[in-house]
Design a protein around this ligand. Structure first.
Ligand code: UT7
Length: 325
């Protein structure tokens, strides 16, 4: 019997040109390269130039993903864009990308789950494809967190950066075994009781301002590893796989210590872990496709590899997607 699966056919990413190093930051706030590297693994982040908005980064990543998939923009019927830093309160940043790509059919919308946004968007695309609503999706994570940082708060401004990544995800039919390509299982979670541990202190309805990111970093850290490992274990339970079966672990890139601790708890071999946080800091919804694109471009992730994606962030929100590339 044949079943519908969502397979990834292309990947692309984009980082703005301007680089802000840890040493640059040490001239702005009371911090040091040593502290940032030791506590987070981050060495530098990219910052969007004046006038360069989230949809600009998203468009670049989307065009690269389309090229990688060998698809024209007009082949796409659905754009799902994960962001917590949209160009405007509305319309969705996804429709700006749709217009820039010259697509006038289908539909486009944003998903808001902060750092878990890409996992939520990919799971949404998979559900739309399997429900028959979509056939070819662009799933994008794009952020300009530099615009919502308090550049005088050393506890947060050293952690985040700007960037975008995208996947082309298409309907495919197969026998539906775990050896067939595509998204095998997804597990999404949220718990709003933690919403004040990582939030932005502004918004259209509450303050009529954009606001700045506020975080109790230690509290987020405390919950992160447990939440991440829980949803990965859910994926193992749903499929029968274990950490030994994974070819690659591509986590949300927030902090190298969280990534390493999660991999250790799950007994995932260090050589299977894709870590790019040192190059771009925490880019929220963009981080997973940025890491994926790096590992595809350098030849690590190959067709038919078993790949585990996971993320955790504001809300709290968290989730995992297990797919055969
Ligand atoms: O996608 C999810 C988004 N968020 C995260 O993943 C963040 C999760 N949390 C973390 O990654 C870590 O908690 C941080 C990297 C934010 C902080 O690391 P930590 O080991 O938890 O440090 P801490 O907050 O316990 O702070 C230790 C010390 C404090 O000084 P005292 O109180 O011990 O004197 C801070 O004031 O480090 C100080 N500190 C800094 N020092 C230099 C905080 N930020 C800085 C800084 N430079 N940038």
């Amino acid at each position: 019997m044949s079943v519908i699966r969502s397979i990834v056919t292309g990947c692309g990413s984009f980082l703005p040109e301007k680089v802000l190093t840890n040493s640059d930051l040490a001239k702005m706030v009371d911090t040091s390269d040593e502290w940032i590297v030791q506590r987070t693994g981050i060495e530098q982040r990219h910052i969007a130039s004046e006038g360069q908005v989230t949809s600009d980064l998203a468009l670049e990543a989307a065009q690269r993903a389309l090229q990688n998939a060998g698809r024209d923009a007009t082949d796409i019927d659905t754009i799902i864009l994960a962001t917590a830093t949209p160009d405007n309160t509305f319309p969705a940043t996804a429709v700006t990308v749709q217009a820039s790509l010259g697509i006038t059919h289908g539909f486009a919308f944003d998903v808001q789950a902060v750092c878990s946004g890409f996992v939520y968007a990919l799971t949404t695309a998979d559900a739309y494809i399997r429900a028959g609503l979509s056939e070819r999706c662009l799933v994008i994570g794009a952020e300009t967190f530099s615009r919502i940082l308090d550049w005088e708060d050393r506890t947060t401004c050293v952690l985040f950066g700007d960037g975008a990544g995208a996947l082309v995800v298409e309907k495919s039919e197969s026998e539906g075994t775990t050896s067939d390509r595509g998204i095998l299982t997804s597990h999404l979670r949220s718990d709003g009781r933690h919403k004040e541990k990582l939030y932005v202190d502004g918004g259209p309805s509450a303050t009529q301002t954009v606001g700045h990111l506020r975080m109790e970093g230690r509290e987020v850290f405390k919950h992160a590893v447990g939440m991440i490992t829980d949803v990965i274990e859910d994926a193992y339970e749903a499929t029968g796989f274990t950490s030994d079966d994974l070819d690659w672990f591509v986590p949300h890139q927030a902090n190298k210590r969280i990534i390493d601790a999660s991999a250790k708890k799950l007994r995932i071999a260090p050589e299977k872990v894709v870590t790019t946080v040192q190059m771009h800091g925490n880019t929220s919804a963009a981080s997973i496709p940025l890491a994926l694109d790096t590992a595809i471009t350098d030849g690590r992730v190959k067709k038919n590899d078993l790949v585990m994606l996971e993320a955790m962030g504001g809300g709290f929100t968290w989730g995992s997607v297990l797919l055969r590339w």
